[in-house]
Design a protein around this ligand. Structure first.
Ligand SMILES: C[S@@+](CC[C@H](N)C(=O)[O-])C[C@H]1O[C@@H](n2cnc3c(N)ncnc32)[C@H](O)[C@@H]1O
Length: 193
């Protein structure tokens, strides 16, 4: 098996990648993570999906590609320039783009819960995890990437990552698998009530 062969790359992906490179955006999710997200999202027909940290919309394009016609995606980003790239390239009625601070959004959101959360910003991952996880339905996926050392990690981040992984592993309401693949992925499923 050659996992570097990717089929069905979203049509919008290349234009978004070109615009991201022009901005030197170096926090983009990679193609492996995108493909995994598309696959997991496809298991949630009519699903409600949450992405925290839209960036320029690279992962968003994969998520949208995996969604059924009646699924919905809420994606939150605090950088207007990045979000505008995603919005311009992904004209899709199923996607709600939210320009907001993820910390505020997580504390104030009162809507329906989600079937899959891709937590790709500090809020919802290393901060306010409890708040984000409470928005996930039982049986829902909580997905994170960048769990293996990355060139852009600031000093002290590795320790924070280890503490967070340890926390996830100790919880009784999570079943998870760690993948040393792509940038380091954790697939977690919420169990219990
Ligand atoms: C790792 S990148 C996301 C990459 C994106 N998922 C992709 O597919 O390329 C993290 C993103 O979170 C955004 N971010 C950082 N702090 C945030 C906050 N407090 N609220 C909302 N977004 C934030 C950054 O601007 C950045 O675009």
């Amino acid at each position: 098996m050659n996992d570097a062969i990717h089929i069905n790359i979203p049509a919008e992906y290349s234009a978004i990648a070109t615009e991201s490179e022009a901005l030197s955006f170096n926090m983009a999710s990679d193609i492996y993570t995108g493909s995994l997200l598309k696959t997991l999202v496809a298991s949630k027909q009519n699903g409600r999906i949450l992405e925290l940290g839209t960036g320029s919309g690279l992962a968003t394009s994969w998520i949208a590609n995996g969604m059924s016609d009646d699924a919905e995606l809420v994606t939150v980003e605090n950088n207007e320039i990045l979000l505008s790239i995603a919005q311009k390239n992904l004209k899709d009625k199923r996607i709600q783009f939210v320009l907001a601070d993820g910390y505020t959004w997580l504390k104030e959101y009162k809507g329906e819960k989600f079937d899959l959360i891709f937590a790709d910003a500090m809020p919802g991952k290393y901060d306010l995890f409890k708040e984000a996880f409470s928005l996930l339905k039982t049986g829902g996926f909580y997905i994170i990437d960048d769990m293996m050392p990355q060139p852009n990690w600031p000093d002290g981040h590795a320790e924070r990552v280890n503490i967070f992984i340890n926390h996830l592993e100790q919880r009784q309401d999570i079943v998870l698998t760690k993948l040393n693949w792509s940038t380091g992925i954790i697939i977690a499923v919420k169990v219990g009530k």
